[in-house]
Design a protein around this ligand. Structure first.
Ligand code: ADP
Ligand code: MG
Length: 358
């Protein structure tokens, strides 16, 4: 099937950016129609620049962007933004302050009854029917964001671009709205690219996520695989929490850390080498907080050095015999004091190992 959006080896530099420090440095991904994709990465990694190139506000230095198989951007061609059938929602809502919600939504539609009907449809879809007569300053941040989404969807764009759409909202609302926005986008049939630095937002909204680092995608994958099967240390560090422990790779199916031997397929073992192949066998193994299970009966003990109460769970930081620390996510009725030594065992489903950092 032909991708709706296809980005091929995109490169872009702003004036003054030296070679090797370009905003986007060879970034590729594609999205099938109806998919919500997300670029997830730290501030300054090039996310907004990619969206600006897709929208047609920037002409890339190299590479190509195809919509429905047609090149819309390359170093040679650039289709004007208004011809791309793209809708946009930005972090600062950007509603017109002197127009009501209804007129904000209608902006960009042709006049007449058809647009009136379309505004009503969009209001229903985004749950703002009651708010159509209000001005932006009379609306909460979440309501404004719904109006912005309705406005972006009104002309039936093929592609919707969302740049950190929740960053002005507080945490609880952010989570609820990200689920709702996902449902609204899915119901509209649009394909979407979301960019954010917030993994919870990415995971709540997107079908596929690309972790971006210095203008390139390190891994394009499901949220599950980014967390459980990160392909490199950057992804492992950026997505989720955890700790690395030094390990000896015994063979491609087992590693030994201070807490015991872990069995499982170790995809990276052949690059690291193992005891059997003679290439060297030292590795760093990633332990996620859900790999470390608190068990009062377990013989291995670790000292509670920090605890963060999260309601349903407590995130414990535990000091091992060696002095190294691991994290453990534990149901919060197991409420232990700082300094206490609690029993732990490992429940590791996927062994994630990388060559040791020199
Ligand atoms: P993100 O959205 O991931 O935070 P951006 O795409 O905004 O990242 O920026 C990528 C890099 O390009 C950063 O180093 C940023 O400082 C730089 N940059 C962004 N916009 C401009 C601009 N208009 N002029 C010069 N440099 C820019
Ligand atoms: Mg940005």
């Amino acid at each position: 099937m032909q991708a709706l959006l296809d980005i091929q080896d995109l490169r872009h530099a702003y004036e003054g950016q030296a070679d090797g420090h370009e905003a986007v440095r060879g970034l590729s991904f594609s999205l099938e129609r109806g998919t919500i994709g997300c670029l997830l990465g730290p501030s300054g990694c090039g996310k907004t620049t990619v969206l600006r190139c897709i929208a047609g506000f920037e002409t890339p230095r190299a590479g190509r962007i195809l919509l429905n198989g047609v090149v819309v951007s390359s170093a040679q061609t650039s289709l004007p933004p208004e011809k791309r059938r793209i809708g946009m929602v930005f972090q600062e809502h950007a509603l017109f302050p002197h127009l009501t919600a209804a007129r904000n939504i209608a902006f960009g539609l042709s006049h007449g009854d058809v647009s009136e009907k379309r505004v009503q449809e969009l209001a229903l879809l985004t749950g703002i029917t009651e708010l159509l007569g209000k001005y932006p300053h009379e609306l909460s941040g979440g309501q404004q964001q719904r109006v912005a989404l309705a406005r972006a969807l009104a002309p039936r764009p093929e592609l919707l671009l969302l740049d950190e759409p929740f960053s002005n909202l507080d945490t609880g609302l952010r989570e609820r709205l990200s689920h709702e926005l996902r449902d609204i986008i899915k119901a509209s049939g649009a394909t979407a690219v979301l960019v954010t630095h917030d993994q919870n937002e990415a995971f709540a909204m997107a079908d596929e996520v690309g972790v971006v680092h210095q203008g390139r995608i390190e891994q394009w994958d499901s949220a599950y695989n980014l967390y459980h099967r990160p392909v490199n240390r950057f992804v492992a560090d950026f997505v989720g929490q955890g700790a690395f422990l030094p390990a000896k790779v015994l063979n491609p199916r087992s590693v030994e850390i201070e807490l015991g031997v872990l069995e499982g397929n170790i995809p990276s073992a052949c690059q690291i080498g193992c005891d059997a192949c003679g290439k060297g066998c030292l590795a760093d193994v990633l332990l996620r907080p859900d790999d470390v299970v608190h068990d009062d009966d377990a013989p291995t003990r670790a000292e509670v050095v920090h605890k963060a109460f999260r309601g349903a769970e407590i995130m414990y930081t535990l000091k091992l015999e060696s002095g190294r620390k691991v994290l453990a996510l534990v149901p919060s009725h197991h409420n232990h004091a700082l300094g206490e030594r609690i029993g732990i065992r490992l429940d590791v489903d996927h062994v994630v190992a990388f060559a040791p950092q020199s």
